[in-house]
Design a binder for this molecule. Structure first.
Ligand code: FRU
Length: 538
């Protein structure tokens, strides 16, 4: 079926077949980036969860390796669930993961490579004394999962944190260990937020407030903040907040209580969940992966025999300009896929205009775009769309100062298209709010079984800044980054006509009250090499 085959991505990591969810235990070892992932080897729906394994030299081209860990012990009988790697100063690798036991209890287990001198880390040994942590008193057996990377504390002990909940209060527990086999639960919690429910896949890491490089998870010192991220099980959304970690009692306090974990900023405003970072010691950066699921029906997942992709790895840094968010940006290695580029300078977009761009086969693209608005019109606007929110309208509803942006994965007759756009609202007091949105509502004529949404969120725009976006298009995935990565949206689209050579790119301005000038650079992207490891050549 050509329609379903078209949906497979060309440079996002996805298994050859079957189901994938969370990224697990990312690490860099002997010249190779390792990525493990929640994988069902038997079908394109969730279940029988093992750790799939893949390696890359550059985070773009991947080699599939054999499954690293399968359910084969009582302590992970119903699933080898999510976990994280810790690299010890002596070179050892400690892998902590959640096992779902033969008795339906979530426990934490330890595994380590059988042979550290194997760059591919093919064989994993599960510690014979597993589990190393069991749900503590007061915590339900199914509310205790997804250990983080451990960090080395002032007292020479390691700390690791694990998400949980009691009633609807979500929080993360902290354990300490010296040997990774025995753990002591510390009193209290690191942080709790009422009403947020179960915290899955907690991530906790330092960011520098003065430098652009990433920091090792154990880094401590002046000039840092800590990011705390939780994946909210009830909403299936990743939220983070910036704050201060107090190493003396292992608590964390948000910079802004109104933007606390689970109620404030999202890692990605689209179809995106269970994200995880690691410190890349090779390039001194922190790299983020996230699970981008399907929004098509399970029946179609089974028909095409695969489901879900990983996001393009993104670097994460603190935004020194706003001081109130992180910046996510596709790793620089993505640029090695860039083929020919086309530039468009100063394209005038009058209210109500749609302008085709001369890009054929617009299925694998890296787009950078800048939008400038007519200042006079902005100032003359007294008030516009106060209380705007991407999900309420979508790109066809016209306001004074938006929407304007790009139509990606569109066909010539615009029977299918996915708008990625800015929308500005202005209060009577003269303050502007800018939104970045991604509208899936008209992305496909096969509307009957798709979960189409208008995604998006607010994006900070500072005095004197132009509006900028970068969009990565890869067949059925659209990843959009606004203002250098302050706000990010991943979308899934399943067109039936705007496929292969028929896919096009357009600019549009659906605002009623402002002229917009756009400048763009559009690269066609090559496909990545994502194949089986050639074992017979070893
Ligand atoms: C998040 C999650 C984790 C769990 C894993 C199971 O998507 O539910 O909490 O460890 O997936 O596959």
């Amino acid at each position: 079926n050509a329609m379903l085959a078209w949906q497979r991505t060309a440079y996002h990591f996805q298994p050859q077949r079957n189901w994938m969810n969370d990224p697990d235990g990312p690490l860099y070892h002997m010249g190779w980036y390792h990525l493990f992932y929640q994988y069902n080897p038997h079908s394109a729906v969730w279940g029988n969860i093992t750790w799939g394994h893949t390696v890359s030299r550059d985070l773009i081209h991947w080699l599939y390796l054999p499954i690293a860990m399968k359910p084969d012990s009582w302590f992970d009988w119903y699933g080898v669930w999510t976990g994280s790697a810790t690299l010890l100063p002596d070179g050892q690798i400690m892998m902590l993961y959640t096992g779902y036991t033969d008795n339906y209890v979530q426990v934490q287990n330890l595994a380590y490579p059988a042979n550290l001198s194997d760059p591919l880390l093919l064989d994993w040994v599960k510690y014979a004394g597993n589990p190393v942590m069991v749900p503590p008193t007061g915590i339900a057996p199914e509310d205790f999962r997804d250990p983080t990377t451990a960090w080395h504390a002032w007292d020479d002990k390691w700390r690791v944190t694990i998400g949980s909940k009691i009633n609807t209060i979500g929080f993360n527990l902290v354990y300490q260990t010296t040997n990774f086999t025995t753990y002591e639960l510390l009193d209290g919690v690191m942080h709790a937020v009422p009403g947020t429910g179960m915290w899955e896949c907690v991530d906790f890491y330092p960011v520098s407030t003065t430098e652009m490089n990433g920091l090792d998870t154990s880094f401590s010192g002046p000039g840092i903040k800590h990011v705390l991220k939780a994946s909210l099980d009830d909403e299936k959304k990743d939220f983070y907040a910036l704050g201060t970690y107090d190493p003396s009692n292992d608590t964390w306090t948000p910079d802004n209580p109104e933007l606390d974990v689970g109620i404030g900023l999202r890692v990605d405003y689209g179809k995106y969940y269970a994200s995880k970072t690691f410190y890349d010691q090779h390039k001194q950066r922190r790299v983020l992966y996230g699970w981008i699921g399907e929004t098509d029906s399970e029946i179609d997942d089974i028909r095409k025999n695969w489901a879900c992709v990983q996001s393009i790895p993104r670097t994460v840094v603190f935004d020194q300009k706003t001081g109130s968010n992180i910046l996510q940006w596709p790793v620089e290695e993505v640029e090695t896929l860039r083929l020919n580029s086309t530039e468009f300078h100063g394209v005038e977009l009058e209210p109500g205009s749609v302008v085709p761009l001369n890009i054929s086969s617009a299925t694998q693209l890296d787009i950078t775009a800048t939008f400038e608005l007519d200042e006079g019109a902005l100032e003359a606007t007294i008030e516009a769309d106060v209380g705007y929110n991407c999900s309420t309208t979508g790109a066809v509803v016209r306001g004074t100062l938006g929407p304007f942006g790009l139509l990606v994965i569109a066909d010539d007759s615009l029977s299918e298209f996915t708008p990625v756009y800015f929308y500005i609202s202005k209060g009577i007091d003269g303050t502007y709010s800018t939104f970045i949105c991604s509208d899936e509502m008209r992305s496909s004529k096969a509307y009957y079984d798709l979960d189409e949404k208008v995604y998006g969120g607010m994006v900070p725009v500072l005095e004197g800044e132009k509006l900028t976006m970068r969009i990565l298009v890869d067949h059925s995935v659209v990843e959009s980054f606004a203002q250098g990565g302050r706000t990010v949206i991943s979308s899934r689209v399943y067109p039936t006509t705007a496929i292969y050579g028929a896919a096009r790119l357009f600019l549009f301005n659906n605002a009623t009250g402002v002229n917009v000038t756009a400048s763009l650079k559009v690269w066609r992207l090559d496909s990545a090499y994502i194949h089986d490891f050639p074992f017979d050549q070893m």
